[in-house]
Design a binder for this molecule. Structure first.
Ligand SMILES: Cc1cc2nc3c(=O)[nH]c(=O)nc-3n(C[C@H](O)[C@H](O)[C@H](O)COP(=O)(O)OP(=O)(O)OC[C@H]3O[C@@H](n4cnc5c(N)ncnc54)[C@H](O)[C@@H]3O)c2cc1C
Length: 432
């Protein structure tokens, strides 16, 4: 009997535990470890921050759902990982041994890299649901005394979609409240151009997002490095295409929200043999650590190089469907290893992103996410806003029921040529 531990109960970890249990059956144990009793649906956080969702509406209790499937659940942070001893140590000091470890711990948020940055200083965050809840309380106070807003993503950030979403959701909310005329909004980003997204653009994402920002009277600064945030100012150094400083901006702000750069969580980053210098888990094409091959990893915590060098550093995003494809590959590879076969499953890393812009939205499809690609398109419309609401309900239901790839999802996406696993030995995905 093998002991499999899944570390982190987020968008990667919970489906990983379900998929593994389903494939491995009763003959092996699957233990899921997460910091809290609740799964939080991170993509809904921008809505929590403007009060369109209550925090409880974007959470699912983990224990009853996973235990019903025969998965053991421990609601406690892991303190350290020791890949030499095949052991994790919990916050209460208890040690657990594993045969296979799946690391899905998401990001640590690097607010400390910029003075004045973060929810304990002068900016708000939507990266976790508790952060979004605090950002929401501050937003309600801001509405009583509105003024300039600065939103964006700092140098080294890899997750740009939520920054665009939040700027435009704020715009939509303020228009509904008839307060927009009192709120100048500036969007500040380390991307070399609007719509780059850390991906070198997706279809006409540049044209679509520039047009959306223009229509909504949102000014922007690209190639930006934020040097400091204070109670009422964001200090930004704009750079040219060679990465040289071009001009300084002192932007007045009464409400500031930036997506930070990410790094690996300390419990995992401490296992140096597993990680790159920023604490992200190094993986091979089978999602497996090359040094400790019984350690797999999926989600934001894996090391992926930037898609291209940019004048101000940006990273490559790890989006939901890409993460699910990593999870599917891992479950099949561990299943194969236990059956005495070599791992052979490789994730497609296809990206399907629905960016909600408050009253409409932009959908991006990049197959695969990292260029060169077989398919790229970006389309805009009200249907995207509705599709994102439907996706929220659908994903949270999947987490409650434990059905991680219901038949209709498989066949609808397959019809669009979107698959989770690469077929055969080819480097591309081949729709059947
Ligand atoms: C605001 C926001 C909106 C996003 N919206 C979208 C979107 O619309 N579409 C899309 O495709 N992608 C989106 N993303 C990107 C990505 O899908 C999410 O970041 C997603 O949550 C990543 O999943 P994950 O499992 O890697 O990390 P997480 O969902 O963050 O899960 C990691 C889990 O590990 C736990 N953990 C961490 N350390 C420990 C420890 N030491 N011990 C135990 N547990 C630990 C954490 O508490 C957490 O529960 C968004 C990201 C953000 C920040």
């Amino acid at each position: 009997m093998a002991r499999v531990i899944v570390l982190g109960a987020g968008i990667a970890g919970m489906p990983a535990a379900y998929d593994l249990k389903k494939l491995l059956g009763a003959g092996h144990t699957v233990t899921l470890i997460g910091t809290t009793e609740h799964f939080q649906f991170t993509p809904s956080n921008p809505w929590v921050a403007v009060g369109w969702r209550k925090p409880d509406q974007v959470k699912v209790p983990i224990r009853p759902s996973v235990e019903r499937k025969g998965i053991e659940f421990i609601a406690q942070a892991v303190q350290s990982v020791d890949p030499e001893q095949n052991r994790v140590t919990l916050a209460d000091g208890r040690g657990l041994e594993y045969d296979y470890l799946v690391i899905a711990t998401g990001p640590a948020l690097a607010f400390d890299e910029i003075p004045g940055f973060g929810p304990d200083a002068f900016s708000h965050s939507i990266c976790t649901t508790p952060h979004a809840e605090r950002a929401g309380a501050a937003y309600r106070a801001f509405l009583l005394n509105p003024g300039p807003v600065v939103v964006g993503a700092v140098q080294g950030a890899s997750c740009f979609g939520p920054a665009y979403e939040f700027a435009m959701i704020l715009d939509a909310d303020l228009r509904k409240r008839r307060l927009r005329d009192r709120v100048p909004i500036t969007f500040v980003t380390s991307e070399p151009y609007i719509g780059h997204m850390g991906l070198g653009g997706v279809g006409d994402s540049k044209g679509l997002l520039e047009s959306e920002l223009r229509q909504r009277h949102i000014k922007w600064i690209t190639n930006a490095r934020v040097s400091e945030m204070t109670a009422d100012t964001v200090k930004v150094a704009e750079h040219d295409e060679r990465g040289q400083p071009l001009r300084e901006h002192d932007l007045p702000s009464r409400y500031t929200m930036f997506i930070p750069a990410f790094r690996g969580v300390p419990a995992v980053a401490g296992a140096k043999a597993l990680c790159n210098p920023r604490g992200f888990v190094v993986i091979d094409e089978f999602q497996r650590n090359p040094t400790h091959q019984n350690v797999y990893s999926a989600g934001v915590c894996v090391a992926i190089p930037p898609v291209e060098a940019t004048p101000v550093p940006t990273g490559a995003p790890k989006t939901g469907y890409m993460i699910e494809s990593m999870v599917t590959a891992i479950a099949h590879n561990i299943h194969d290893e236990l059956a005495g076969k070599a791992p052979s499953h490789r994730a497609t890393w296809n990206a399907i992103c629905l960016a909600d812009l408050g009253d409409d939205g932009v959908a991006f499809v990049a197959l695969p996410q990292i260029p060169p690609r077989n398919v790229t398109w970006a389309k805009q419309g009200k249907w995207v806003h509705l599709a994102k609401i439907a996706f929220e309900k659908y994903f949270m239901r999947k987490m409650k029921t434990g059905s991680t790839e219901p038949v209709y999802e498989k066949y609808v996406l397959k019809a669009l040529g979107i698959l989770r696993l690469k077929s055969g030995d080819h480097a591309e995905d081949h729709p059947a």
